[in-house]
Write a protein that binds this ligand. Structure first.
Ligand code: 2NE
Length: 273
């Protein structure tokens, strides 16, 4: 793949896109197993937004630099005493929760490409992605109860939807790590590939996704989300219905009538059974 480098201005991540419509966000802190600090997350949010609004991009890869880690969660060395992770100004953040929502509601499929550790908040990030391609050296787990943290949002409830209640309680209560094959058996990952093939195989999955209808993919993602996400899930799903209604003559008749200061004529539109 020929990657165009769009990383200018970023310190903690890189952002690339391919000519055929793949966006790729890479956490670039391998010296701390790709742990995230507030700046890392801020940059990921920025790149995710760029990938969403770039009409040439149809699918987004989330990954970590190197083979040792996808992401080891929040950087414990900057965890402060006042409710979050400290930036250079001393402000405390839990901005990874914003990133989770952004991955969840991005209308384009997001694929985690995991080599090495996906731990803690890094494990939740891979779970938030629509698909996960795991290398055979991958290790998955939560450490919250060990390090004085937890993610009781999607990190708990969506995990339980994926692996079931008993396994989710085991993962959180025991804080064990699970290898790629165990993760596949639990349904936590879609496939396991040799670590040397991870990048190539991830691109292969992306290219298969790219062959399909963007509208069908975005509506399916919203539908699958809506099943778990309550009213915010319905809002996302219904937004797609509005989007498609705006594309119809019937929807446009209402707009045209208003702009032309006349009564709308909806009589010509079918009342489907
Ligand atoms: C990831 C893991 C299992 C890797 O182990 P290993 O043996 O391969 O590497 P090592 O030696 O532990 O780590 C290499 C260097 O990376 C740093 C280490 O401190 C070490 O630094 P040096 O000794 O070389 O100076 N490092 C690794 N992970 C880090 C981290 N998260 N923060 C800061 N430095 C880190 C092993 O390293 C590990 O267990 N890491 C910690 C995993 C963890 O507990 N993460 C936080 C969970 S809480 C969370 O993410 C969270 C949340 O629950 C809710 C909201 C937001 C965040």
């Amino acid at each position: 793949v020929e990657w165009q480098d769009l990383s200018t201005g970023y310190q903690d991540i890189s952002f690339h896109k391919s000519a055929d419509g793949i966006g790729k966000i890479t956490i670039n802190r391998p010296q701390v197993r790709n742990a995230f600090r507030p700046l890392t997350v801020q940059e990921m949010i920025d790149a995710m937004s760029k990938a969403r609004y770039d009409a040439d991009i149809g699918v987004i890869i989330l990954t970590g630099l190197g083979d040792e880690a996808f992401c080891s969660g929040g950087d414990q060395s900057v965890r402060g005493d006042y409710g979050g992770y400290k930036d250079d100004q001393g402000t405390h953040h839990l901005n990874v929760l914003d990133l989770q929502r952004q991955i969840r509601t991005c209308p384009k499929p997001v694929i985690a490409s995991v080599a090495g550790y996906a731990i803690g908040g890094g494990h939740v990030l891979h779970m938030m992605c629509d698909l996960t391609i795991a290398a055979d050296n991958a290790q998955f787990g939560q450490t919250g109860p060990k390090v004085g943290s937890f993610d009781g949002g999607w990190g708990a409830s969506y995990m339980a939807r994926i692996v079931g209640q008993k396994k989710a309680r085991e993962i959180w209560f025991l804080c064990r790590f699970y290898d790629a094959n165990e993760a596949e058996a639990m349904g936590l990952v879609n496939t396991v590939v040799p670590v040397k093939d991870l990048a190539k195989e991830t691109v292969r999955w992306c290219r298969e996704v790219l062959q399909h209808s963007p509208m069908a993919l975005r509506c399916l993602k919203a539908s699958l989300n809506a099943d778990c996400d309550g009213q915010s899930g319905l809002q996302e799903l219904a937004g797609n219905a509005t989007m498609m209604f705006y594309m119809t003559e019937e929807g446009q008749e209402g707009r045209n009538a208003f702009n032309e200061k006349r009564r709308p004529d909806f009589q010509k539109f079918p009342r489907n059974p």
